[in-house]
Ligand binder design. Structure first.
Ligand SMILES: Nc1ncnc2c1ncn2[C@@H]1O[C@H](COP(=O)(O)OP(=O)(O)OP(=O)(O)O)[C@@H](O)[C@H]1O
Ligand SMILES: [Mg+2]
Length: 246
């Protein structure tokens, strides 16, 4: 199988600090991959590079075989890479439905929105997305009234509305209750079962154990281990890294 996403000898330096160090990562289409590593390992920087928010110092990123490393953010989004940030970023005064509608509309040229067929199709798409993120019964509620977890799901919904081929999630369960975390695991597994490719940053091992098929461990901008969660958890180097010994 050919990879949907590949980085080749990817490097990102901030002054004297190397945040991404000769990174070769390969993700197959349909894969659910977890990215872990201690604080400052370079996880978010890697997402910034993939989405075009940062430009690599050296190396290349390929998405569906095409080099994307120096494209602007909106072009990369249009090619099918959707990203959910660590902190929820929803429009508080708009309803749940309107938030997803805004996300959909951002992707379309304005004239298309006035065509009835397009409007109806968009309505269906928004309803489907709200079903996916289990917010159908809150569609008319202003986002300000949602719980922290619900806001996170709404934001995932806003990303899904753009029908991405690759979904990047940075610590999607940060600040969630145990119940909300469980529901998020279900959501991610559901999306993955539909063959959406997902790259997920996490730090809570219990969460990663619940969702992950394959785990990549980053440390000082490099991949230090890769494998299933069982192998990763018993890997001595990984343990030493997490204990701060390396
Ligand atoms: N824009 C920037 N300018 C300067 N240094 C940066 C910048 N972005 C990241 N860094 C540095 O790069 C390194 C990697 O940071 P990054 O945010 O990618 O880590 P992370 O693995 O996401 O950590 P965390 O688990 O804390 O979120 C850190 O040392 C960080 O301080
Ligand atoms: Mg981070």
């Amino acid at each position: 199988m050919s990879p949907i996403l590949e980085t080749k000898a990817l490097v990102k330096r901030f002054g004297g600090l190397t945040a991404t160090n000769d990174l070769n990562l390969s993700i197959d289409a349909g894969e659910l991959r977890c990215l872990v590593g201690p604080n400052g390992a370079g996880k978010t920087t890697l997402f910034n590079l993939i989405t075009g928010k940062e430009t690599p110092t050296a190396g290349e990123i390929y998405f569906m075989g095409e080099a994307i490393s120096r494209l602007p953010v909106h072009e990369i989004t249009r090619k099918g890479i959707g990203r959910k940030f660590q902190v929820p970023n929803v429009y508080e005064s708009l309803t749940v439905y309107e938030n997803v509608a805004v996300a959909v509309h951002r992707l379309l040229p304005t004239p298309a929105l006035f065509r009835k067929s397009v409007a109806a199709e968009l309505g269906d798409r928004i309803a489907a997305v709200l079903g996916d993120v289990t917010l159908s019964d809150k569609r008319e509620m202003p986002a300000a009234y949602l719980s922290h977890g619900e806001k996170q799901w709404l934001e995932i919904g806003m990303v899904l509305a753009s029908a991405p081929r690759l979904l990047l999630l940075d610590e999607p369960t940060a600040g969630m209750s145990a119940e909300e975390t469980k529901k998020t695991v279900r959501l991610i597994r559901d999306l993955s079962a539909r063959r959406l490719t997902i790259l997920l940053i996490g730090h809570d091992m219990q969460f990663i154990r619940a969702v992950a098929h394959k785990v990549t461990v980053l440390h000082k901008g490099q991949i230090v281990a890769e494998g299933d969660i069982g192998a990763i958890e018993t890997n001595r180097l990984v343990r030493d890294i997490y204990l701060g010994k390396v």
